[in-house]
Ligand binder design. Structure first.
Ligand code: DON
Length: 624
């Protein structure tokens, strides 16, 4: 068993405990199934049908899902999961739990959890209401289309260099959206008092014990973090990264969270916090002003909704590219009986690759901020368009990506992907006892964002400006060379791949809540989780454990996780004309809940990074 699922006290985990409480070693997970339906899921061993090479790190059955019928929450950090679950236990709903988890992650997971970044929340309530909340960052009003082009008075060194100004330095930050998002979610759906949801995060910021993953991460990125004195003062006390078990205090962050707890949206976007952000920007030559902050609003949007084999998929609309691309990819695949081909057979992978190649060709050309560009979304997510895309698929040969143009009219843009990116977005999934579900993905973009801390306010800033088309024709940090639709304009949001997703069963009940980090691989990872469950009948654990693939049109390479494919499958695909590349590591950090018609549910935190799924009653007493 993997330690994140079974053994929360193994040395590797060492846990991020609060200073306020000393905890024993709880057995949190791997409970007996909560219901007969869960029994069926657990007995799924016979359906553990994914195949991989013998040395695949995460074999089928090697993780047991957490199970329960009174709510469930899975995130990348055990402490954050427990805080969310404590809120559920107190009678909070899924949205309350999500807000508390979000703010907890902003303290315990500074790599990606944030108040200086942005993200997306997808909600599906038991009464059938669904809603998508866009709290993506925006370009400051002073931003210009060519501000990152070398030669432009405001431009700088070429993309990808350590001094790339769209990734490093104050100008790389978009106007943060996270606090506006959490507040808007609370205004619409929250049930517990706002301040109560921030209290656990404030406690953590006042002092927490460093766990192994954070200690390792801070050690690895110490030199980057040392570039900003305010960042170094927090994360490199006495010039050194803290060790496991050390106490980390973040008093400025605690004060900022307290202002937010007291004043809600205004605690961040006006007053002291806004003043500190604007001062930080002036000090470092950044563009965000108090006016940018005062005018920022999160936006409720209609989720992307489409059918996949009698299921309804709800996902994030633009400015996320996730829902639209997911729809096109799965709609193309719906035309094939994948289950009969066998999981990761040559034929299955061939068709999957051809579908994703086509979906990403369209994604990279057409999508941008809906407030600024007109997009052919209805066509892109339609069955008729998928059928047309399918017609061009040769069942026996790979189609070179150079012959796969965007399918809805010519555009000058192409995309390419580099898979060398650090994985540093974060996703969590929540289902409450009433059946309300939240899928939430948030990011600072790069690990620790641009690593600049707002002096006096104690939080890291994003470097999300790099998700725009910063230099036409050149790849961003994910290798994406994107289109004019995604060019920088004042007040515009930058295109994202984050894909929080909820799947409903044929009776319209929530069945799957999922999402992941992973830059451009987010969409393909979410698509594989859905297909693993819907096409191949995998339980939440095996759907998570199964090796992952990625292809996104250009470069014309099918990536697979290390040891993820059997050699004969790799060979078979090569013979069909595919170019394959084995990654050095693993893809994604999914947090997946699989719910059953009787009201029970199972959940699995991806062992690739080691988060935790938790149910109420199993959390330690972490909130005072
Ligand atoms: O919004 C996006 O698509 C990117 N900023 C996400 C970055 C990411 O997932 C990095 N970590 N894996």
């Amino acid at each position: 068993m993997f330690r994140n699922q079974r053994h929360s006290c193994l040395p590797g985990m060492a846990l991020a405990f609060f200073i306020t409480t000393t905890f024993g070693c709880p057995v949190i997970q791997g409970q007996t199934p909560a219901s007969t339906t869960d029994q069926a899921a657990f007995a799924d061993a016979s359906r553990r049908i994914f195949s991989a090479s013998d040395s695949w790190r995460f074999p089928p059955g090697s993780v047991v899902p957490v199970a329960g019928a009174a709510g469930i929450l899975s995130s990348t950090d055990r402490v954050a999961s427990e805080i969310g679950v404590e809120i559920l236990r107190r009678g909070g709903n899924a949205i309350d739990a999500a807000i508390a988890t979000f703010f907890a992650l902003s303290v315990v997971n500074p790599e990606a959890g944030n108040i200086g970044g942005g993200g997306f929340m997808l909600v599906h309530l038991a009464d059938g209401t669904s809603a998508a909340l866009d709290f993506r960052e925006k370009a400051p009003f002073a931003a210009t289309r060519d501000m990152f082009i070398p030669g432009d008075p405001a431009g700088g060194p070429a993309g990808g260099s350590p001094d790339d100004p769209s990734l490093t330095g104050h100008r790389s930050s978009g106007v943060p959206g996270s606090v506006a998002g959490m507040y808007a979610a609370h205004q619409r759906f929250g049930s517990l008092p706002w301040a109560e949801l921030l209290q656990p995060a404030i406690h953590l910021a006042e002092g927490m014990v460093v766990h192994e993953r954070l200690a390792t991460s801070l050690r690895s990125y110490a030199s980057r973090l040392s570039r900003s004195p305010a960042t170094a003062a927090i994360f490199l006390p006495n010039g050194q990264p803290p060790r496991v078990g050390d106490r980390l205090t973040q008093p400025d962050l605690a004060a900022t969270l307290t202002r937010i707890a007291r004043s809600g949206h205004d605690g961040f976007y006006s007053g002291e916090t806004a003043r500190l952000i604007a001062a930080e920007m002036r000090r470092g030559g950044g563009l965000i002003t108090e006016r940018d902050l005062a005018e920022y609003q999160a936006v409720w949007r209609e989720p992307i909704r489409f059918e996949y084999r009698d299921h309804t998929v709800l996902s994030m609309p633009p400015i996320s590219s996730g829902g639209v691309t997911l729809a096109e990819l799965l709609n193309i695949l719906e035309g094939y009986d994948l289950a009969s081909m066998g999981f990761h057979s040559v034929r299955h992978i061939h068709l999957w690759t051809e579908a994703t190649r086509r979906a990403y060709a369209d994604r990279n050309s057409y999508l941008g901020d809906p407030d600024f560009v007109i997009m052919p979304i209805a066509e892109m997510i339609s069955d008729s368009y998928a059928a047309r895309r399918r017609e061009s698929i040769d069942l026996t040969r790979a189609t070179p990506s150079t012959s796969v143009a965007p399918g809805l009219g010519p555009t000058p843009d192409r995309s390419a992907l580099s898979l060398g990116e650090p994985e540093n977005t974060t996703h969590f999934s929540v289902l409450d006892r009433q059946g309300n579900a939240v899928a939430l993905t948030t990011t600072l973009n790069s690990l620790y964002g641009n690593a600049i801390t707002v002096s006096g306010a104690g939080f890291l800033l994003n470097n999300e400006m790099d998700d725009f088309t910063t230099r036409p024709g050149e790849p961003n940090q994910f290798g994406l060379v994107q289109g004019e639709a995604n060019s920088i304009e004042p007040g515009k949001r930058m295109l994202s791949a984050m894909t929080p997703t909820i799947v409903l069963d044929p009776a319209g009940r929530t069945k799957l809540v999922t999402g992941t980090p992973g830059g451009a691989t987010i969409i393909t990872t979410v698509a594989q989780i859905i297909s693993n469950v819907v096409d191949f009948g995998m339980n939440a654990a095996d759907a998570t454990l199964a090796p992952r693939l990625h292809h996104q049109h250009l470069p014309d390479i099918l990536y697979y996780e290390v040891d993820g494919l059997r050699p004969e499958v790799v060979e078979g695909l090569r013979m069909m004309g595919h170019t394959l590349e084995e990654r050095t590591g693993f893809s994604g950090d999914t947090q997946t809940i699989l719910a059953f018609p009787d009201g029970s549910a199972t959940a699995v935190a991806d062992p690739r990074r080691g988060g935790a799924a938790v149910i109420p009653g199993e959390e330690r007493q972490v909130v005072q």
